[in-house]
Every structure is written in structure tokens, then in C-alpha cells.
Design a protein around this ligand. Structure first.
Ligand SMILES: Cc1cc2nc3c(=O)[nH]c(=O)nc-3n(C[C@H](O)[C@H](O)[C@H](O)COP(=O)(O)OP(=O)(O)OC[C@H]3O[C@@H](n4cnc5c(N)ncnc54)[C@H](O)[C@@H]3O)c2cc1C
Length: 463
């Protein structure tokens, strides 16, 4: 540890330049840099990083192969456990997972596992290394609802076991939040498309514009011969503030705002069918990745002053550290311990946000200190406000599936094997946990594939 070199910084696009474009901010390592950072891994006997990864990527093993210049093998080692390495290398909250567990982090900085995974993932993508033979179809049909990370991981695992897998997606493009939520400057869309194409090459069938519960129900899928179904429909319904003025013009929900910019290309004015025109002063409410993405996107769309209103303090911000750091570098102002209580309009257009200053009290059920009102208020002039205080599952599937039990907030209830209250129907990802992370959703999809395989085998043994 004595001679340990500091963690190698990842090259980035300059902050003043990048807040006018949608090109990727983090430029990643080149081979030489990747090898230099890989040298910092001490190849622990008991790699805590692997245990801290929800899909158990064999991190020290792929890093060792990278150092030996066996890049194909390094990619294959990752790909066995993680079918979206270029995506996870870019957006995983590594600080609370693999890197958070890295032993080097106790006395120095952890190995930059994310940047190494991204490097190897991109190498594999360039060389088309994911295109490997899979077993021929066993003729047993599986339906997957939703093409986000949970659905993709589930579909890939089941296809690798020989099943005939079809993904049904409500939107006109695949990838879930990876496509419609996370902006290009963090996750270029050609990378998502490429990783999805790998599943197509494996033989997974994709059906778009298919809203399960509306176009076709879960029951009808069963009647069509799908022996097991995985619901990975995410949490796409935004939560509202519940304060006066929320329905004024100029008020957006982050999901709608980001979907219009990312998926509907609202930024490509005048060609977009759903253009967005922001004023100079934009407030964003919330402190998670979604809020940071909305704020940074607003800046790129031309807003001069973008500020975030968050009711807790800096250390409670749930966003990835990188996103907070990048947002501040790009000139986003964090206004902490402030809670909006009213949106004030003129001619039905939002003009001001009134906030109450907060202080922190005892920890709540989430373990974070509860924000408490102080009775002190102030107002800010705004042209737009983007609300980003959390999402919950859309009720379409629940409302149209007899016997499907859900939590009061809408999350689907599953048993220890991830099966829902409907026989043969499993679920995982945000639709079960509420808004979480890409890798947790992937882990849930992958684990559910194992349980679905067991379920089908048991059924076939019985008959
Ligand atoms: C803006 C934003 C930024 C984020 N940033 C990060 C980040 O940096 N790092 C990170 O780890 N996580 C991040 N997250 C969270 C992460 O993206 C989610 O936790 C993850 O995508 C959940 O995966 P999922 O597959 O469960 O759901 P989703 O990704 O939401 O995918 C669900 C899919 O199901 C489809 N669907 C819904 N209902 C139906 C239906 N009835 N029929 C058919 N299809 C349906 C949806 O259209 C969607 O494509 C972010 C989320 C957002 C919104």
C-alpha cells in the first residue's frame, strides 16, 4: 500500500464547453491508462468488490486479464455475469457498490472499477465479442414485459438457458430508462442500442408498441402459450409535490421532460415533434440522479440559471457523486435544505417558487435525518420548474391482471423466489423495489431467470 499510486483521473470534456452540447462528458481511459489504473488492484484473496456487485462480476479476474493484455478474455469474464458492461461502467453508483467495498478505499482511493469495466466493455463492443453461440431454442415460450435493464438481463439469462424469449415493450424503442431517461452526455444511445442488438443476435425477439395490460393482458399471454412471464415494467409514473400551482404552464415532471429530450429529440428544434423551450431561470426539485440529469439537460437547452432545490443537506443527496460533481462544474447551483411549498403564476404561467427553509431532525425510516420545517420562507423568480422527487410503477398492469397483489404505493409483491401472487408470473427491478439502480434491476432480472427456470422444470417434471 505504501507505494500505491493515486487513482488515475478519467479524461473529461471541459465543463464550459460541454454544457452547450450533448456529447459524452467522461471520455474514459485508453489502453495505457486502463493498464496503469489496473495495476492498482491488489487482487485480494477475498474480493469484497465482487460481493458488493449485485450481478457478481469477477472484478479482480477481469482486471488481471486486462493487465495480461488478454482483452478478449477480460471481456468474456465480465460478460458472463453482466450483459451490459459498457452501460454499467458508465452509470453504476460504484461508490456504493464495488468501489465502496474496495479495500484500498480504507486508506486511499479505491480502484476505478467503473472506468475499467467501461474500457473493457467498449473494447468488446468494438470487436463484437458478445456475439457468441447460444443453445438452440427448446421451444418453451417466455414473455418479458419491459425492455429496461431488468427485462434485458432476464431475457438474456433465459435465452442462454435455451428458452424462446420475447420482450414486449410499451414504447417505440427499447432500453427503458437507459434510452428515455439517462441523457446522452452520460450514456450515448448508440451504446444502449448496441448492447440490445447483442440480445437480438442471441435470438431474443423484441416487440415494440405493446402495452401489456392494454394491447394484450398477462392472462392472454398465458393463453398464447407463454409458460412463464417476467414483469420488469419499471417505475415510470412521477410523484407530484402536492402543492398549489403544480398545474401551471412551465411546470414539468422530470420523466416527461427527459423523455421528450432523449427519446423524442425535443432538443432538435425545429425538427422535433415535441420541442421544449425553456426560459432563463429553471428550478429543479429533488436530489437524485434524475434531478441532476434534468438540471444538466436544462442547462444544455439554453437555460442561464439552473438551480436545484433539495430539502435535505449535501451528504444526503442520493445522486451519484460524479453527477453532483459534474453538475456543480457545469454551473448548477445546489440550494440545500429548501422545500417548495407553492408555485406562483401569472396568466397561468409559473413565475415564482416559494420555498420553506428546512433543518434536519432525527433519522427517519430511510436512515437519513428527517427534514423539518423552520417557518422561514423565501421566493425565487423562475420561468420553469422540473419536479423530480421520485417515481412509482404505472398501474396499468396491476389494474388489468386479476389477483396481482401490489403494495399500497403500487410496487408488485413477490415471494422469496420472485414469483408474484399470479402463478408463473415473476417480477423484478423498479416495479418491485421502487426507483433504484440499473445494476440492482439487472441483478433482479438475472436472479428471476434462475427461479423461472426452476419453476418451468418443476412443472414439466410433474406433467
Ligand atoms: C433520469 C434517470 C437517471 C438515472 N440514472 C441512474 C444512474 O446513473 N445509475 C443507475 O444505476 N440508475 C439510474 N437510474 C435508475 C435506473 O435507470 C433504474 O433503476 C432502472 O432503469 C430500472 O430498470 P427496470 O428495468 O426495472 O425499469 P425501466 O428501466 O424503467 O424499464 C421498464 C420498461 O418497461 C416498459 N413498460 C412499462 N410498462 C409496460 C407495459 N405495461 N407493457 C410493456 N412495457 C412496459 C417501459 O416503457 C420501460 O421501457 C436513473 C433513472 C432515471 C429515470
Amino acid at each position: 500500500m505504501k507505494n500505491l499510486k493515486p487513482r488515475l483521473k478519467v479524461r473529461e470534456q471541459d465543463a464550459l464547453e460541454r454544457n452547450h452540447n450533448f456529447l459524452e462528458v467522461a471520455l474514459g481511459y485508453n489502453l495505457e491508462e486502463a493498464r496503469q489504473e489496473a495495476l492498482r488492484c491488489i487482487d485480494c484473496k477475498n474480493p469484497r468488490c465482487v460481493q458488493a456487485c449485485p450481478v457478481r462480476v469477477k472484478i479482480p479476474a477481469f482486471i488481471k486479464l486486462l493487465l495480461e493484455n488478454a482483452l478478449d478474455e477480460a471481456f468474456e469474464t465480465i460478460y458472463e455475469d453482466n450483459i451490459l458492461p459498457s452501460i454499467c461502467g458508465r452509470v453504476c453508483p460504484q461508490e456504493s457498490q464495488c468501489e465502496g467495498a474496495c479495500i484500498l478505499g480504507i486508506k486511499a482511493e479505491p480502484v476505478n472499477v467503473g472506468a475499467l469495466e467501461r474500457f473493457v466493455g467498449d473494447y468488446g463492443m468494438e470487436k463484437d465479442l458478445a456475439d457468441k453461440p447460444v443453445p438452440a431454442s427448446n421451444g418453451i415460450k417466455i414473455a418479458v414485459v419491459g425492455s429496461g435493464p431488468a427485462g434485458l438481463a432476464n431475457a438474456a439469462s433465459l435465452r442462454r438457458k435455451g428458452y424462446d424469449v420475447t420482450i414486449f415493450e410499451a414504447l417505440h424503442d427499447y432500453g427503458g430508462v437507459l434510452k428515455y431517461g439517462i441523457p446522452d452526455f452520460r450514456l450515448p444511445k448508440d451504446i444502449v442500442t448496441n448492447e440490445i442488438d447483442n440480445l437480438k443476435k442471441m435470438g431474443v425477439t423484441f416487440v415494440k408498441n405493446a402495452v401489456i395490460g392494454k394491447s394484450i393482458t398477462i392472462e392472454q399471454l398465458k393463453e398464447e402459450g407463454f409458460e412463464s412471464i417476467f414483469i420488469g415494467s419499471g417505475a415510470g409514473l412521477p410523484s407530484s409535490l402536492g402543492i398549489p400551482g403544480e398545474n401551471l404552464s412551465g411546470v414539468y415532471f422530470a420523466n416527461e421532460f427527459l423523455t421528450r429530450v432523449n427519446l423524442m429529440k425535443a432538443r432538435a428544434v425545429p425538427d422535433s415533434l415535441t420541442p421544449i423551450k425553456l426560459g432563463d431561470n429553471v428550478a429543479v426539485v429533488g436530489g437524485g440522479n434524475v434531478a441532476m440529469d434534468a438540471a444538466r439537460t436544462a442547462k444544455r437547452l439554453g437555460a442561464k440559471n439552473v438551480f436545484i432545490l433539495y430539502r435535505r443537506d449535501r451528504k444526503s443527496l442520493p445522486a451519484r457523486l460524479d453527477e453532483i460533481h459534474h453538475a456543480e462544474e457545469e454551473g448548477i447551483d445546489l440550494r440545500l435544505l429548501q422545500n417548495p411549498v407553492e408555485l406562483i403564476g401569472e396568466d397561468r404561467i409559473v413565475k415564482q417558487v416559494k420555498i420553506e427553509k428546512m433543518k434536519l431532525g432525527e433519522p427517519d425510516s430511510s436512515g437519513r435525518q428527517r427534514p423539518l420545517p423552520t417557518g422561514e420562507y423565501t421566493t425565487y423568480d423562475i420561468d420553469n420548474i422540473i419536479i423530480s422527487i421520485g417515481q412509482k410503477p404505472n398501474p396499468i398492469i396491476k389494474d388489468n391482471t386479476a389477483g396481482l397483489d401490489t403494495q399500497p404505493w403500487g410496487g408488485i409483491i413477490t415471494d422469496e423466489y420472485q414469483m408474484t401472487s399470479v402463478d408463473g408470473v415473476f417480477a423484478g427491478g423498479d416495479v418491485v423495489t421502487g426507483a433504484a439502480t440499473v445494476i440492482l434491476a439487472m441483478g433482479a432480472g438475472k436472479d428471476a431467470a434462475h427461479h423461472m427456470d426452476e419453476y418451468i422444470k418443476n412443472n414439466h417434471n410433474r406433467s
